[in-house]
Design a protein around this ligand. Structure first.
Ligand code: ASP
Length: 405
């Protein structure tokens, strides 16, 4: 099987017109929007309509948002959240979630939870049934069980096989993967030029994915998840016609993370922040970067001081860029998307890079009576995390951005 550079390289400029999707209007974020309204990461799209109907009929804003994120948590095929989430480096799924309820100004959060699928609901239970805000690890799991959540195996067969592929790929110095006695074993070649070596690695990974029983149509995606450990999360914010607002975020976090690693998603102020007086924001992407800029809180505070949702989100992205002094050689290995909703219904989706690929741009799903997915406004053209790893900054990864001026 030949792998074209296009299978992996994702620097083409995303054309919203070509994809038949509306791009965000910069002005939309400065004018008041409609109420009620819900915004979420695009993996919540399929669940947004029924949650919106619930909100419209008087359902609580947090319960409406939780209805959206529970969808991907329950879906074994969404490998970024809940059941089927890609595991940590030891093959164990560890989940993070948090929520904020604007009307009562309360928050709940759980981090590093094993064996419990709907951690978003557990974060709400922490808010409602304890005097704490955050529970982690074993204590959070025991609390979830006490609240009636069943313990279950969250590692699906597919996620386990992808993890195994990742494990074998990174194991030149241990006993994982086929050994010397394997009939197909070949001495590693270091004589190949860089590009051929990459082709060779991809071919072997693809073949091994087949041997591990990964379905043919999913093999390329599995190889990609090994070469670029994915992030993936869902955030949702909901605003009703009375102006009440809530938000929540849930994730399995960065694939193959160190056991015990907690990302931004359950951190109140990073993965999610809601202030009843101002609005709500949430994040998906490189958690470590977002924690350092307290992204969601920064955005809400920016709006409090008069910025539009778009400018508020861009400002948080600028801080991430500033943390690396604009060094594109580093910034190309991270990404971040913010979902921003102001109390008057104005909203924005902003991201550091345009998307995962030319055909898969970052999107924000919106429902204000009309359900739609909109392409986010990106700070930089192209995508993060190039492959094969390039020594030089490709020209298309230009540092120029109108948002940095
Ligand atoms: N932000 C999440 C984390 O770092 C991952 C993601 O959003 O994709 O855990």
């Amino acid at each position: 099987m030949a792998f074209s550079r296009r299978d992996f390289i994702q620097t083409a400029i995303v054309s919203s017109v070509a994809l038949g999707l509306p791009a965000q209007e910069k002005s939309a974020s400065t004018l008041p929007g409609k109420r009620p309204i819900m915004v979420c990461a695009n993996n919540g799209y399929d669940y947004l309509d029924s949650a919106f109907q619930f909100l419209k009929q008087g359902g609580d804003t947090l319960d409406a948002a939780l209805r959206v994120v529970k969808g991907p948590e329950d879906d074994p095929n969404d490998d970024s959240v809940g059941l089927g989430g890609l595991p940590n480096e030891e093959g164990v799924v560890e989940l993070d979630a948090c929520c904020m309820h604007g009307p009562t100004r309360r928050a709940g959060s759980v981090g590093g939870v094993r064996n419990i699928k709907n951690v978003s609901l557990v974060s709400k239970a922490v808010m409602e049934h304890t005097g704490h805000v955050m529970l982690v690890g074993e204590g959070a799991e025991r609390f979830a069980v006490a609240m009636g959540h069943p313990r279950e195996n969250l590692l699906t067969d597919r996620s386990r096989k992808i993890w195994l592929l990742w494990k074998e790929y990174h194991s030149s110095n241990d006993w994982w993967g086929p050994g010397l006695a394997d009939p197909h074993w070949k001495a590693p070649s270091d004589a190949l030029p860089h590009a051929d070596l990459m082709q060779d690695r991809m071919r072997k990974l693809h073949q091994r994915a087949g041997e591990l029983g990964i379905e043919p149509e999913f093999r390329l995606a599995a190889v990609r998840r090994v070469l670029f450990p994915p992030t993936g999360t869902i955030h949702c914010s909901a605003l009703n016609d009375k102006g009440e607002i809530s938000g929540c975020t849930t994730t399995s976090g960065l694939a193959y993370k160190l056991p015990g690693r907690v990302g931004d998603s359950p951190i109140i102020g990073a993965g999610c922040y809601t202030d009843q007086d101002v609005g709500s924001a949430g994040a998906t992407g490189s958690g470590e970067e977002n924690i350092k800029v307290a992204g969601a809180h920064t955005i809400v505070e920016n709006m409090r001081h008069g910025m539009s949702p778009l400018d508020a989100g861009m400002d948080a992205l600028k801080r991430i860029v500033r943390n690396y002094n604009g060094d594109m050689n580093r910034i190309r290995f991270m990404d971040m998307t913010y979902y921003v909703l102001r109390k008057d219904g104005a909203y924005a989706g902003v991201s550091l890079w345009q998307g995962y690929s030319a055909t898969n741009p970052h999107k924000i799903a919106v429902h204000d009576g009309t359900l739609r997915a909109e392409i986010t406004v990106a700070m930089f053209k192209g995508s993060s995390q190039e492959f094969p790893l390039m020594r030089d900054i490709p020209p298309e990864l230009s540092k120029d951005s109108e948002y940095l001026k």
